[in-house]
Design a protein around this ligand. Structure first.
Ligand code: ZN
Length: 162
């Protein structure tokens, strides 16, 4: 069975950056997603279309087809007093904030000095070329409920959730 929209794919993957560092990999041996529902980044989804169980492929995804390019406008300096006094603000901490269109975004503290906290709303993988090694393990039809929800309900489609 070929990978196409409204099919559930399970695969094993390793994701590396251009320095050959592993950024991410499938845990417990496999990762499931619903094809055609924007569950995964577009550059990877396009490359998987038409593949079948047993296929192995290397996919290189440019930032534009991955987590986007870095945008300096998403880096902001915020007065230290905007943060609670009793919290030690340190680089690497993440906060929920409102983006320019009112959407919820995660921002990461990139720098702290006495007066100012610099936060970066770019995705940590923005601007990074993504190098995937993928092995397709299984392909099945999605259930009607999975198609309606736009995501996978587990390997057999029967996982219940709220
Ligand atoms: Zn659901």
């Amino acid at each position: 069975m070929q990978i196409q929209d409204n099919r559930v794919v399970s695969l094993a993957y390793t994701l590396k950056d251009d320095n050959n560092e592993i950024i991410d990999e499938s845990t417990d041996g496999s990762f499931c997603y619903l094809h055609g529902a924007s569950n995964i980044i577009p550059g990877l989804e396009i490359s998987l279309t038409g593949k079948i169980a047993g296929d192995e492929l290397s996919v290189t995804v440019a930032p534009e087809q991955g987590y986007g390019v870095r945008d300096d406008e998403r880096i902001q300096s915020v007065p230290r007093e905007m943060f609670p006094d009793d919290v030690d603000i340190e680089p690497g901490m993440q906060f929920h904030a409102q983006g320019p269109d009112g959407q919820n975004i995660v921002v990461m503290v990139s720098n702290v000095d006495e007066a100012t906290v610099t936060v970066d709303g770019n995705h940590p993988l923005a601007g990074v070329q993504l190098n995937f090694e993928v092995k397709i393990l299984a392909v099945r039809e999605a259930t009607a409920e999975e198609m309606e929800h736009g995501h996978v309900h587990g390997p057999d489609g029967h996982h219940h959730h709220d």
